[in-house]
Write a protein that binds this ligand. Structure first.
Ligand code: NAD
Length: 413
């Protein structure tokens, strides 16, 4: 049996994934509203296909636990999928992780062996230097825990497929018992499972995310160079770059494309966390430093491009508020940064539309003064200039709305 702490994108997918594989799964969350929604078969966020999968498993083999003690008592596996947001100096904040570990240690009142698995993204050396000593210092003599980590590579919008058809499962272990248990747990998936050391597993996750961030910052800088030189069809240039057979048919080329800078929950905080961790360990990474700086400046560049040649009393229309299409996630979304930059430049009349993320944006950025519109055409009609900030497919239609200037910040038209 499995207990999963944190029922967000990663935790809910993990919990339902294990239920799908035939295990009995308990889900624990501190957010009561989220728990109530899940118990009623409703998703607390937008994720294709997931609500149907939830409805299949809820109260059959996936249970949203009110009694953590009962869940831990029955479980051999405890997964931590809680948030690891920005902490001090860009380091990962581990307070949610330690709080979930505390709940586990409080609840385990027998001598059963349990493997505690950190699935949250944590910087290399966290498991061996922080989690393991913490558990050893807190645990009672009778308690038996193995400590492992198991980084998650899923993408929002593709959570289920990325879990069920994972291209690799990485497990970081330092004891044979935990390793064997995790190999057995994941075996039914029939995908490659790679056991490595704690820190190697953590590092593999950051290798992946920082490479994606680097590709994005590289692309944005190249677009800025092209803009400065002038006379260059930037979208075409990148599309031709993608025709190089060495890209194969992989999705990586989507990251080698300019836009509004990387956003969302993971790339910004993970890039900063690895940079911060490396400095703490005595090495200052130059490439990552510039990747972060380049990304921080994209909103400024994009905002200047949007308001070029229009007076401050005119209305600017923003199409797209989520950090990427097919998602209502507005965490670290470029739209918020761009709107703030426009405000700082003196442009206060801004209207916006997003197919799914307007409520989330309103709630998260209550300090941003925006007129929310019912559709893209209304934004177009009200505005002097219109900027496409999120690459929703439906915004392609904006090109046919009329003669107004459309700043295609996503190079999608
Ligand atoms: N979102 C992604 O695409 C993605 C992909 C790979 C890895 N990750 C990593 O996985 C982790 C979780 O990300 P997410 O997007 O699922 O986060 P999320 O914010 O969607 O979900 C986290 C959940 O943890 C709950 N929580 C917080 N403290 C808790 C506690 N003590 N006990 C129980 N529940 C608690 C929150 O209420 C929330 O529901 C992060 O470390 C993230 O970096 C995320």
């Amino acid at each position: 049996m499995v207990t999963v702490f944190g029922l967000g994108f990663v935790g809910l997918t993990t919990a339902l994934g294990f239920a799908h594989l035939g295990y009995e799964v308990f889900g624990v969350d501190v957010d009561e509203n989220r728990k109530t929604l899940l118990k009623n078969g409703k998703l607390p966020f937008l994720e294709p296909h997931m609500e149907d999968i939830l409805k299949t498993h809820i109260n059959r083999d996936f249970f949203v636990a009110d009694d953590v003690k009962e869940a831990i008592k029955k479980s051999e596996y405890v997964f931590y999928c809680v948030g690891t947001p920005y902490g001090e100096n860009g380091a990962a904040d581990l307070k949610y992780l330690f709080s979930a570990i505390d709940s586990t240690i409080d609840a385990a009142d027998d001598d059963k062996f349990r493997v505690l698995v950190v699935k949250s993204t944590v910087p290399p050396s966290t498991t061996s230097e922080k989690v393991l000593p913490y558990v050893l210092s807190k645990k009672r003599i009778s308690q038996k825990f193995g400590i492992a980590n198991n980084p998650e590579f899923l993408r929002e919008g593709h959570c289920w497929k990325d879990f069920i058809e994972a291209d690799r499962i990485v497990i970081g272990c330092n004891d044979e018992n935990s390793k064997d248990m995790l190999l057995n747990l994941y075996k039914p998936l029939g995908v490659p499972i790679i056991p490595v050391s704690h820190s190697t597993a953590e590092f593999i996750k950051y290798l992946s995310n920082t490479l994606l961030a680097t590709l994005i910052s590289y692309s944005n800088e190249m677009a800025q160079i092209a803009d400065a030189i002038g006379g260059i069809d930037i979208a075409k240039a990148f599309r031709v770059l993608h025709m190089d057979k060495r890209w194969g048919d992989c999705g990586m080329r989507a990251y080698a494309y300019p836009g509004c800078g990387y956003g969302g929950y993971c790339l910004p905080k993970d890039t900063c966390a690895l940079y911060s961790q490396s400095i703490q360990k005595g090495f200052t990474p130059q490439i990552l430093k510039n990747v972060i700086e380049t990304n921080a400046n994209v909103a400024k560049t994009v905002a200047k491009k949007i308001c070029k040649n229009i007076s401050r009393d005119k209305t600017i229309g923003i199409l797209g508020l989520s950090f990427k299409p097919e998602s209502d996630d507005v965490r670290d979304t470029p739209a918020a940064k761009i709107i703030r930059e426009l405000n700082a430049l003196g442009y206060k009349n801004i209207c916006a539309y997003d197919p799914v993320a307007m409520d989330e944006f309103k709630a998260k950025y209550a300090d941003i003064d925006l007129e929310y519109c019912k559709d893209a055409k209304t934004v177009y009609d009200k505005s002097e200039v219109i900027a496409i900030v999120t690459a929703w497919e439906e915004f392609k239609a904006a090109a046919g709305f009329g003669e107004k200037i459309i700043v295609d910040c996503r190079y999608m038209l």
